[in-house]
Write a new protein. Structure first.
Length: 215
């Protein structure tokens, strides 16, 4: 394909371990991120998928990097974005844990050893710190969806952000469909109807292509 780009996509949750058998995480299944990687590869782009712990098959033509924690994901994204001269598009779909336990035990903690209060420290903001020609984020929210999405788009320096209300039926974690809104840095808003996650992914990839290769 003429004008082939490099897409780096994150997907799934992260796990922030308290000990070898306990961790903080979230319900992300990775379906949306895997759909984006599949759509990018189908368009002929070099595609790297940095995936948290999920039970999904790697899409055809995609190079997959498996990670566990937010810090693992941050390092893998940085390495993927640094490889070669091709124009890069970074799409952060993963539901990355904002916090992690301050200490991780090397062995399983017994009940009597468990702290009554869990001390947390901030994880790196992968999307904000990433350097790419086009950066796109997701805002999975439960209220004030568009306001929160606009804030994230501005604060993280994004070309656009994909917002969705995860409380809406058919638009939350683990579904095969999604209803999203694109909010662009120029202030424009595009609301999409409920559609399959792959259909949403194709719209995202084409929007990124237009930004990376302006007419």
């Amino acid at each position: 394909m003429k004008g082939r780009l490099r897409f780096v996509v994150t997907a799934g949750p992260t796990r922030e371990h308290l000990d070898p058998v306990r961790f903080l995480t979230n319900p992300s299944t990775g379906k949306m991120g895997f759909a984006v990687a599949r759509a990018a590869a189908a368009r002929g782009h070099e595609t790297v998928l940095v995936a948290g712990p999920v039970a999904l098959r790697t899409p055809k033509g995609v190079r997959r990097v498996d990670v566990v924690s937010a810090r693992d994901m941050s390092a893998a994204v940085e390495e993927a974005l640094d490889r070669g001269p091709r124009t890069t598009v970074f799409i952060a779909v993963a539901a990355v844990a904002d916090w992690r336990p301050a200490k991780t035990a090397a062995r399983k903690l017994k009940k009597r050893e468990m702290p009554g209060v869990l001390r947390l420290v901030r994880n790196p903001d992968i999307l904000k710190s990433a350097s790419a020609s086009v950066k796109v984020g997701f805002a999975a929210e439960t209220d004030n969806v568009l306001a929160e999405a606009r804030r994230k788009c501005r604060e993280k320096g994004l070309a656009f952000i994909v917002a969705n209300d995860v409380t809406e039926k058919g638009s939350g974690f683990g579904t095969d469909t999604n209803r999203v809104t694109f909010l662009r840095a120029d202030g424009s808003v595009e609301r999409l109807p409920m559609m399959s996650k792959l259909a949403v992914a194709r719209r995202i990839v084409k929007a990124c292509e237009a930004l990376a290769r302006p007419a």
